[in-house]
Design a binder for this molecule. Structure first.
Ligand code: GMT
Length: 374
């Protein structure tokens, strides 16, 4: 049994999901898990006896212009490392978590091993602003082990921060007990979707990088040739622009804005096709969630997306911004039932063979084991 600390952004987002699900899987294997986060991770929704949660609290003193969250986190990490006798501290994101972990290791009395998993935003930030380059490089190079969620992210990181540090690729996974296709035709009726409507879905945090406009423009072209509905799930900065575009195109009767939703697998169960046409995406966890629910996907030739979707087998890859080709492939799939069935079956098979939680869990456990036996 090992004692493992985990730090992530606990709010909704793929990295928080992966960190929490990994913690729960490790706990099921008998390890003791200590989440050190600013709030309870949202997926930590049941009581598991060997999982503990340590909240990082930041006092608001008038002398600080900005509340020193990162320092409070490092202090809490050091406290937990010593008191709970952690063997591993696994942090998600170099900025600021790896840097806080390094500071905590320096403050603590124990020789804890730091594992940093990169999810992409560190590198997105660097692409926009170089201010943090040295800090991200420092966080990565001083971790005992670094993993990235796709080959593309590992290569990009090495290139952008100019480091020879070994970065192992450990892909993301889904909780198979939650993500599977259910027979939920009645939900369609509740949303006013008719039996012969094709259902296209997009799920994201509506950030600019998700290119909602490309999803809407692709849908417009699909819908011009068949009866179809677009489910837009999520909320974020691009919500209003997307809403306005849908109205301008006159397709508001066929686009359902569902906002943030909890039961994503229920919605995926009524979908025929998932669109993720992002301009940046280190992995695209939502693709795996869709594929686990037997939904074929169309994604852009960006970041880790082509490592998840196999072009012409589990979905299609299109160039960024090429809504014509995306619509062409979508129509090809949605008008050929046997092709759609084959794609959805192959998608599920791919999740099981390459991204199964047991495979990924073993890769993380091997990494921990290697570190601790050095
Ligand atoms: O995509 C986001 O805006 C959220 C972000 C996160 O922190 O969860 O997602 C990143 O990590 C996910 C889990 O590894 C990946 O599936 C997403 O592709 C990645 N997002 C980007 O690279 C933009």
């Amino acid at each position: 049994m090992k004692k493992i600390g985990i730090t992530c952004y606990p709010s909704v987002g793929g990295s928080g999901v992966i960190a929490t699900e990994l913690g729960m899987l490790l706990a099921e294997q008998g390890h003791e898990i200590h989440f050190i986060t600013s709030s309870l991770p949202f997926r930590l929704n049941r009581v598991i006896p060997n999982i503990y949660y340590h909240e990082v609290e930041v006092g608001h003193y008038p002398v600080f212009q900005y509340p020193p969250y990162d320092l409070a986190l490092a202090t809490k990490m050091a406290e937990v490392i010593d008191r709970e006798e952690l063997d591993i501290l696994h942090v998600h994101y170099a900025m600021p978590h790896a840097v806080c972990a390094i500071l905590a290791r320096d403050m603590a009395k124990r020789d804890v091993k730091i594992v940093t998993t990169l999810h992409g935003t560190d590198i997105t930030v660097l692409g926009i602003d170089n201010t943090f380059k040295r800090m991200i490089k420092y966080g990565i190079e001083n971790s005992d082990a670094v993993t990235a969620v796709s080959k593309d992210l590992a290569n990009q990181t090495k290139h952008m921060i100019e480091t020879d540090k070994e970065i192992s690729v450990i892909y993301n996974f889904v909780n198979e007990e939650e993500y599977y296709k259910r027979d939920l035709e009645e939900i369609k009726a509740q949303y006013g979707i008719q039996e012969d409507d094709k259902v296209i879905i997009h799920i994201s945090n509506f950030r600019k990088v998700k290119r909602l406009e490309d999803t809407v423009n692709t849908f417009k072209r699909i819908r011009d040739g068949m009866k179809a509905k677009l489910l837009l799930v999520g909320d974020g900065p691009e919500y209003t622009n997307t809403f306005n575009l849908v109205t301008r195109l006159g397709i508001q009767d066929d686009v359902l804005f569902l906002g943030k939703q909890k039961n994503i697998s229920d919605l995926l169960s009524i979908a025929d096709l998932n669109l993720l046409l992002s301009e940046k995406e280190s992995f695209g966890l939502v693709l795996l969630e869709a594929m686990a629910c037997e939904v074929a996907c169309i994604g852009t030739n960006v970041g880790g997306i082509p490592e998840v979707i196999v072009h012409d087998e589990t979905g299609y890859i299109v160039e960024l911004g090429d809504v014509e080709t995306a619509a062409y492939y979508a129509k090809q799939l949605l008008t050929d039932e046997s092709l759609l069935k084959r794609f959805s079956e192959t998608a599920l098979e791919r999740v099981r063979n390459h991204f199964h939680s047991s495979i990924i869990l073993n890769q993380y456990m091997d990494l921990y084991h290697k570190l601790l036996s050095n």
